[in-house]
Design a protein around this ligand. Structure first.
Ligand code: AGP
Length: 643
């Protein structure tokens, strides 16, 4: 969590730092700060609350200098108050540090420093770093070393081994005004290369308008940046040379266009997300003429995924690791992988998997699902799985890791063997919408590819049925366009009914059960209304006791294996006076609902791609109607880079 930026060059640093922080505000927004250096010394500005408070302070007080660091915070250690905002300074006020991550041994370090007389001003874990650096610099200077960028680098290299945990940090020192030192371990940091200037940041949006040339830092690396160049070192202190890469397309530009919120814009972008996915991964119909029924895989695959064949070979079991919305996508994915491809698939909370992994099995594909590619729980679970499998001599147990992400250049991309890029473009709203759709599509592609390679499918779906599914997938962008436009208005009109609502129940079954969970999560995170998602058949085993006329029930009922069952479950809720909102096709069966949010009747297996749209729009409009900060809901951040 948190976003950091750091700049060194010939321009005034503060405006660029503030712009970078604005682009990173999705990572945390409970306080912000900058520190710049000029000949007069170090200038530090901090403010509680949104970035705008810091901007106001900057406009009043200024922060001169061509070198500086900035931070936008999501509180972990210490309340969101100004004294806990970054940058944190050493006792002399000459050295400043911003950090994203958690220093796990901060307590013992703090006690050790306090025992030597160091005074702390904040409750943060980060503050130990400037004090440790100041101590180290003092030792080095007592040994006759002269203040310089190299000395600051050496001090950072000597202090980092004392820190436990995951972090990305940037340091400036008034005694070395032409130097900036940055480092990372298990938290993201990349260096943007400009003309005689460098901008480091936690994520690419901060580089928009600055550069497209980037050097993502690897774990354990430390860099000394001066206007003349970069010195990059690995964890062992060895100099590293690496070629920078180029950011592609407009993916790192965040623009709200004419929409009121990023979330609404991103919901409206989903038809485009689907159209791009169809164009990339579903080859033209004509190319499928040679497809074989049954037996071996057809020469022209129905689904074209940029994955090596080896990934598919001999897979006996799949395990999916994810958090939050990504986990809901994984649950739909598991349904598809089991029901379409016949591969036993388990979904895990990444945060639980690491500490209670299942016994190792052979020929297992592990998939990390994370739109940001930076979720610490997911990365840690994947790394643990990789490490424990590497200890087994039997090649059947070798790690086979795939990542499904919107950020192939992320830490996830560097950890796994292969990546399925969902290509949804940058998502700024904290509530995931178009990336969820992109993740679902990735799973449809994967399940179809597995099914096709296995010569058809299970549960009575042969190659013909698979082709029919693919044909329906092609029509998805058009269906989504109509659905989004239609439900935007319907849900806006419905939102006022939820003005006093305190609890909402979301029901779904089968492949739409994860969509009920997703509907509840969306509502909770942006409207702060308590919501629960349940498999509809479970209601009668306890939760039905919650129902009365004040509790709306949103029920997903699409024709297929559980249609009648879901309708019966909805009836049971209605009998308890609940207001029933149906997400279902129009028809005589669905007139039991007090309000219907109609969705087109498609193959049940494809229905989550459509049923999720009313969920997103309903949550959005309820939150917007309540006047809440939809894009930056309280207590949350877009990517959770702490465990
Ligand atoms: C989504 O609306 C949530 N903000 C959150 O649950 C999110 O899905 C979760 O933190 C996982 O993020 P990731 O996809 O970047 O790993």
């Amino acid at each position: 969590m948190c976003g950091i930026v750091a700049l060194i060059g010939s321009r005034e640093a503060a405006p660029q730092l503030l712009e970078g922080l604005r682009q990173l505000e999705y990572r945390g927004y409970d306080s912000a700060g900058i520190a710049t250096i000029d000949a007069a010394g170090l200038h530090c500005l901090r403010a509680e609350g949104k970035l705008v408070n810091l901007t106001v302070r900057f406009e009043a007080q200024g922060a001169p200098g061509h070198c500086g660091i900035g931070h936008t915070r999501w509180a972990t250690h210490g309340k969101p108050e100004e004294r806990n905002a970054h940058p944190h300074l050493d006792g002399s006020g000459e050295l400043a540090v911003v950090q994203n991550g958690i220093i796990e041994n901060h307590r013992s370090l703090r006690e050790e420093l306090q025992a030597t007389g160091v005074m702390f001003r904040s409750d943060t874990d980060t503050e130990v770093i400037p004090h440790l650096l100041a101590r180290q610099l003092q030792l080095l200077q007592q040994g006759g070393r002269v203040a310089s960028g190299s000395l600051l680098l050496q001090a950072v290299q000597e202090v980092l081994p004392l820190l436990q945990g995951a972090y990305a940090l940037a340091v400036v020192w008034a005694q070395a005004p032409g130097a900036l030192v940055v480092a990372r371990r298990a938290a993201p940091l990349l260096i943007g290369l400009g003309e005689g200037e460098f901008l480091c940041a936690s994520d690419t949006p901060a580089l928009a308008g600055f550069t497209r040339t980037i050097l993502p830092m690897e774990d354990g690396e430390v860099a000394l940046l001066t206007p003349l160049g970069i010195e990059l070192y690995d964890a062992a202190g060895e100099r590293v040379q690496r070629t920078p890469s180029l950011l592609s397309g407009t993916e790192h530009v965040a623009d709200k266009r004419s929409f009121r919120h990023f979330m609404l814009k991103e919901i409206h972008e989903q038809p485009e997300t689907a159209a791009l996915w169809v164009a990339r991964h579903l080859p033209e119909l004509g190319n499928q003429a040679g497809s074989q029924a049954g037996g071996s895989a057809p020469s022209s695959p129905m689904v074209a995924l940029p994955l090596d064949d080896a990934l598919f070979e001999g897979v006996e079991r799949i395990q999916l690791l994810a958090c939050g919305t990504s986990r809901h996508a994984a649950q739909v994915g598991a349904y598809l992988l089991e029901q379409l491809a016949g591969i036993p698939t388990d979904v895990f909370y990444a945060s639980e998997f690491r500490y209670a992994p299942p016994p190792l099995g052979p020929h297992t594909l592990t998939i990390g699902v994370t739109q940001s590619g930076e979720t610490a729980d997911t990365l840690a679970a994947l790394a643990m799985e990789q490490a424990r499998r590497r200890l087994v001599a039997d090649p059947a147990y070798a790690p086979r890791l795939l990542g499904i992400t919107n950020r192939p250049e992320s830490s996830l991309g560097r950890l796994v063997d292969q990546v399925l890029d969902i290509g949804a473009g940058i998502e700024v709203g904290v509530a995931a919408t178009k990336t969820f759709l992109g993740q679902l599509l990735a799973f449809y592609g994967l399940a179809l590819a597995f099914a096709e390679r296995r010569g058809g499918s299970v549960n009575g779906r042969g190659p013909e049925q698979l082709r029919a599914l693919v044909a329906q997938l092609r029509s998805l962008p058009g269906l989504l366009r109509q659905l989004v436009d239609d439900h935007d208005q319907r849900c806006e009109a419905l939102a006022h009914r939820f003005a006093e609502t305190q609890d909402v129940i979301f029901l779904g079954r089968g492949i739409n059960y994860p969509i009920a969970l997703e509907g509840a999560l969306k509502l909770k995170e942006i409207s702060y209304i308590h919501a629960e998602g349940y498999p509809a058949g479970e209601m009668k085993h306890g939760p039905i006791a919650l129902l009365d006329a004040q509790v709306p029930v949103v029920s997903i009922a699409v024709p297929g294996t559980v249609f009648e069952k879901v309708l019966s479950n909805a009836q049971e809720a209605k009998a308890r006076d609940a207001q029933l909102i149906g997400v279902a096709p129009e028809g005589p069966d669905t007139d039991i609902f007090d309000v219907l949010l109609p969705v087109p009747a498609v193959d049940e297996l494809l229905s989550p791609l459509l049923t999720v749209i009313p969920m997103q729009l309903l949550s959005y409009h309820i939150a917007a109607h309540r006047g809440l900060d939809v894009d930056q809901p309280r207590n949350l951040a877009k990517s959770v880079t702490v465990e």
